[in-house]
Design a binder for this molecule. Structure first.
Ligand code: NDP
Ligand code: MG
Length: 394
């Protein structure tokens, strides 16, 4: 019967860029996937549109407006139960009507829902890298079975797929590729005048604003190296970033016998989304032209080392990864604030890295010993970055 055995999906961050890619796949394959719950931060009207389109039973607004009761009655008109706040988000992650929870929200508010989903034995697809970087220590031990946690981030999806049926203990090195962003070949002089509009033009991917700026500074790649350490249980020395302008290869695993696997697909987030949602199956996306990769004779496989003098954010993130402890959560908090300040025109592009580095240098406290400590360090990193920006007249 149509609908029997469909995978019931909840999408947290449904109104964002990755959320849309995930919902696109669910909409293309309604015989495989049934969306039963959706969540976002505060965009009630888009959430209601999506909830109606997919016929979901539950929706969650993390930060409802003052008109919370009106919002709830709007949803109720269509038979949708509206949940709110952190509790609402945690409930969505553990509903009996959900088999698979997708974490496609930005920021770190969904960390406790991620924990709840894993504890409730849901399958989980994870795009949200901030959570795993800041709190991996309190998330990864909750993974109960192989492939319960499936990376959605394109490079990590590639590594995860290279590791299908390969034990992590046989890995010698993991390489994550980066397009290099819009300023890959810019001189330091030219980089002085970068505007938010310049930095928001990514050459390969269309993404949310925060990750697009992180891609332009290469902070995104640094954060992704820490994400890979957590997801694939590697030391900082086991993960490396490589510039690969054509973005045809997303991730490379070198095994102990020096055999290498590379994974390639057209840069479109719907492809790793399909891989994560359908695992262990593979959806026949290749039947559609829009997903087809270029012919191999058109490939250009160039790889080079990133220039951490022009892109110091990558070096800062890798240093934070090596030292560990308080530094990854502080980095996440400081980066969020510095990127926002740049987007608002308060600081120049090249100052983003200074703000983050000074935040880390000025910290002299302890390592986090609980998830609450780690969450407090994220917000402390943000507050320290704010005061450095204010003191410097930004
Ligand atoms: P967007 O800014 O496009 O979207 C963010 C989404 O998260 C929105 O739906 C937003 O809701 C929602 N959200 C924010 N805070 C909360 C919260 N507290 N509770 C519930 N929902 C919340 O971001 P992206 O889609 O670009 O990125 C999302 C995450 O995925 C980030 O962690 C990013 O690093 C990662 N990622 C993104 C990729 C991409 O291609 N975009 C690729 C790989 C990883 P609202 O609309 O109400 O604000
Ligand atoms: Mg990525």
């Amino acid at each position: 019967m149509f609908g029997a055995g469909r995978i019931k999906i909840a999408v947290i961050g449904a109104t964002g860029s990755v959320g849309s890619s995930v919902l696109d796949i669910c909409g293309m394959f309604p015989d495989r996937f049934q969306v039963t719950a959706l969540a976002c931060r505060s965009n009630a009207s888009s959430l209601l549109d999506l909830a109606r389109r997919f016929g979901v039973s539950y929706a969650c607004l993390f930060a409802p407006s003052d008109a919370k009761n009106c919002e709830a009655s709007e949803f109720k008109k269509y038979g949708i139960e509206l949940l709110t706040g952190r509790e609402g988000l945690e409930s969505i992650a553990s509903l009996s009507d959900v088999d698979h929870v997708v974490f496609a929200s930005s920021g770190t508010d969904a960390i406790t829902s991620l924990q709840r989903a894993l504890k409730s034995d849901k399958d989980v697809s994870l795009a949200n890298k901030e959570s795993i970087v800041a709190a991996g220590q309190w998330v990864m031990p909750l993974v109960r079975r192989p492939d319960q946690l499936r990376p959605l981030d394109s490079e990590h999806s590639a590594i995860w797929q290279c590791l299908r049926d390969e034990p992590q203990s046989l890995v010698s090195r993991i390489l994550l590729t980066a397009s290099g962003g819009p300023f890959r070949d810019w001189t330091p002089d030219r980089m002085r005048d970068i505007t938010p509009a310049d930095a928001l033009k990514h050459p390969v991917w269309a993404m949310g604003a925060k990750i697009t700026i992180d891609s332009a500074t290469l902070m995104n790649k640094g954060i992704e190296c820490i994400e890979a350490m957590q997801l694939f249980n590697q030391p900082a020395s086991g993960v490396e970033a490589l510039i690969h302008p054509s973005s045809q290869v997303h991730g490379i695993v070198i095994f102990k016998d020096s055999t290498m696997k590379l994974l390639s697909y057209k840069p479109d987030m719907r492809i790793p989304a399909a891989a994560a949602l359908a695992w262990p199956d593979r959806i026949p996306l290749g039947e559609r032209d829009e997903f087809r990769a270029p012919e191999m004779r058109e490939w250009s496989l160039n790889f080079s080392r990133p220039d951490t003098n022009r892109f110091p954010c990558l070096r800062i993130a890798l240093d934070a990864a090596r030292v560990g402890g308080a530094y990854p959560p502080l980095l996440i908090g400081a980066d969020e604030v510095a990127v926002n300040a740049f987007l608002k025109g308060h600081i120049p592009f090249l100052t983003i890295s200074n703000i983050i580095e000074r935040t880390l240098e000025e910290y002299s406290g302890a390592k986090p010993s609980t998830l609450e400590d780690a969450i407090e360090l994220i917000s402390l990193g943000g507050r320290m970055a704010e005061s450095i920006i204010t003191a410097s007249g930004g």
